[in-house]
Design a protein around this ligand. Sequence first.
Ligand SMILES: O=C(O)CCC(=O)C(=O)O
Length: 295
Amino acid sequence: MGKVIVMFRLMKTKKTIRVDRESAAHPADLYRISHEAQKLDGLAAVTEEHLAFYEQEGYLAIENAFTTKEVEEAKAGMLDLILGRNPTFDGIMFEAGAADRLDQLTDDERQDAVRKIMRFVGYEPRLAQLAYHRQLTALLTRLLGEAPKMFQDMGLIKPPRIGREKPWHQDKAYFDFPVETRVVGVWIALDEATIHNGCMHVQPRGHRQGPVIHFKRRDWQICDTEVMGKPCVAVPLKPGGLLLFDGLLPHGTPTNHSRERRKAVQYHYAGESAVAASTEYRLSVFGSEGKDVEC
Ligand SMILES: O=C(O)CCC(=O)C(=O)O
């Protein structure tokens, strides 16, 4: 999410926090599903045929990519950051609805007040171990044609009932890379991600149309009318499952109206030789309203 951030100063602690601003509800049929994604079992199951599927469709879903232990450790690491156990870490963005009562929240309530966590890998080895996992690195090397360089790490939380939509977008609209530079997103479920609590939804083959102009509406996003009626694949995943997706693949997640938490982490990788482009270039490709946005 981009400049829809407000700084908020807590009275009690005098600490400045980042809060995501409220946004309107999405149209009810914006995430109407054509079908659910087929999933592989484990990172070792990926064959050349599956890589061809990724090229064609723009995504690949894999259950059991990480063990229960790895997932539990990652969740514990994320919780420590949320609960402020690392005082030097300030990459947390809270939900707007909770901003005025943050210093009164219990630990449980506090984790349900978080919208996202950013740039944590340098602070939390239990989250870094997913990003640099040996088998994942090997798979990314096959997809990128060279060793991967991770350039974005983000924890995405949809708290029960108030977890908001991330509207349809292409991740490359947020990253300053030439459009032809290969970018792979890896979205990892830490809680079970279901159709009811806001799992990923992708537009299969949508990466092949190239860049789509984005607008600042509920977020920095593709217009609803551009997406409506196009094929939509839901990608529910068990904890430890992951979705690989092309940097140009339109995707989004609906509101969490359920009682279930949905925690995920997302890492983005380019090849180690990739060279960044300018923000002016990115805006000329994806639309001029996208200055200073972050996905
Ligand atoms: O996990 C989510 O809700 C959406 C994540 C996403 O698509 C993004 O931040 O780019």
